[in-house]
Design a protein around this ligand. Structure first.
Ligand SMILES: NC(=O)c1ccc[n+]([C@@H]2O[C@H](COP(=O)([O-])OP(=O)(O)OC[C@H]3O[C@@H](n4cnc5c(N)ncnc54)[C@H](O)[C@@H]3O)[C@@H](O)[C@H]2O)c1
Ligand SMILES: O=C(O)C[C@H](O)C(=O)O
Length: 308
């Protein structure tokens, strides 16, 4: 199993590290445009192999896509991150050009690959990869919901005073400060609805904190987060590489599902060896449906800025 990660920055390196530590891939290639940067990150990571006990071979490449040839899975993290006070949508001007160029170069060398899009604004970048590559929809996956759900569980556990492993919950919708739809109605502590343990008001606070999870970290760090994003990507890569048939909320092209068309947005999907094996349509309440419609409006407004 060969995995390419484009972008050796904070998220790309974290993602490569988690993939290696989980020890399911034979090879990870990290590629970056900055001279020597990917090679340096790859060497540093390889020097953790004996310490962390993995056999995955990590190599770096300065913009040489021949090194990525025949990758089973490619992850796109190249592009600029936001700074405090910015929205993800403001990154479109620079990141669209980068993602377009990177996705075509990847496909030139790995025509059968599955692409995971991370660069922001992620839902729009995922849509752009569809328009650029024309790959079947099961082979283009946007990562956002897995991260947002992890943050939701973190906030739920905090509110409940419970261990995170006792908590389950999912965030669907757009990966944006306003567009996320944390499904509080379906969140549970060991199968019991969380509303049995905390007030509606506290749950609303959890929802609000979850939606601005990325912005909160950007304010603290001065740039956006990388550990949880890297871990979330590695979870998707592992589910595909190991044909786990697990459900994750991912951004995918909708063609009528959830009453939405012609956009990529986060919904639950089953991930396995073919990428997106199935879009899972769960029954939403009227309020949740309305939130999804609103979220889709936001994503479509950003998509409209693309020069296709
Ligand atoms: N979808 C998500 O949940 C999620 C989570 C975190 C970050 N992100 C996004 O991921 C992107 C990367 O974030 P980061 O913190 O790693 O940024 P970073 O600046 O640390 O790293 C980005 C890297 O991309 C490289 N790059 C730029 N243009 C390139 C090109 N044409 N080809 C190859 N490499 C190129 C840069 O040299 C840099 O090393 C940002 O757009 C950020 O908003 C998304
Ligand atoms: O918040 C960001 O800009 C980066 C990423 O989308 C995140 O949610 O951490």
């Amino acid at each position: 199993m060969k995995v390419t990660v484009v972008g050796a920055g904070a998220v790309g390196a974290s993602c490569a590290e988690y993939i290696a530590i989980k020890n399911f891939a034979s090879e990870v290639v990290i590629l970056d445009i900055k001279e020597g940067f990917a090679e340096g990150k790859a060497m540093d990571l390889m020097q953790t192999a004996s310490l962390n006990g993995f056999d995955t071979k990590i190599t770096g490449s300065t913009n040489d896509y021949s090194k990525t040839a025949n990758s089973d899975i490619c992850v796109i993290t190249s592009g600029i991150p936001r700074k405090p006070g910015m929205t993800r949508e403001e990154l479109i001007g620079i990141n669209a050009g980068i993602v377009k160029m990177v996705s075509s170069s990847l496909i030139d060398h790995s025509p059968n690959t599955i692409i995971i899009v991370v660069s922001n604004p992620m839902d729009t970048m995922t849509y752009l990869v569809h328009k650029t590559t024309g790959l079947p929809k099961n082979r283009i996956i946007g990562m956002g919901g897995a991260l947002d759900s992890a943050r939701f569980k973190y906030r739920l556990a905090e509110a409940l005073g419970a261990p995170i492993s006792d908590v389950d919950g999912m965030v669907i919708g757009g990966h944006s400060d306003k567009g996320m739809v944390p499904l509080t109605r379906l969140a549970t502590r060991n199968s019991v609805p969380v509303s049995e343990f905390i007030s509606e008001e506290r749950l609303q606070q959890v929802l609000e904190d979850t939606k601005v999870g990325g912005a909160t970290l950007t304010g603290l760090l001065g740039t956006s987060a990388w550990y949880a994003p890297g871990a979330a990507v590695s979870g998707l890569v592992q589910a595909i590489a190991c044909d786990q048939q697990k459900i994750f909320p991912c951004s995918t092209l909708l063609e009528g599902e959830y009453g939405l068309n012609d956009l990529c947005i986060g919904v639950p999907v089953v991930l396995g060896k073919n990428g997106i094996e199935k879009i899972v349509e769960i029954k939403l309440s009227d309020a949740e449906k309305a939130q999804m419609q609103e979220s889709a409006k936001g994503v479509k407004a950003t998509n409209a800025l693309l020069e296709l």
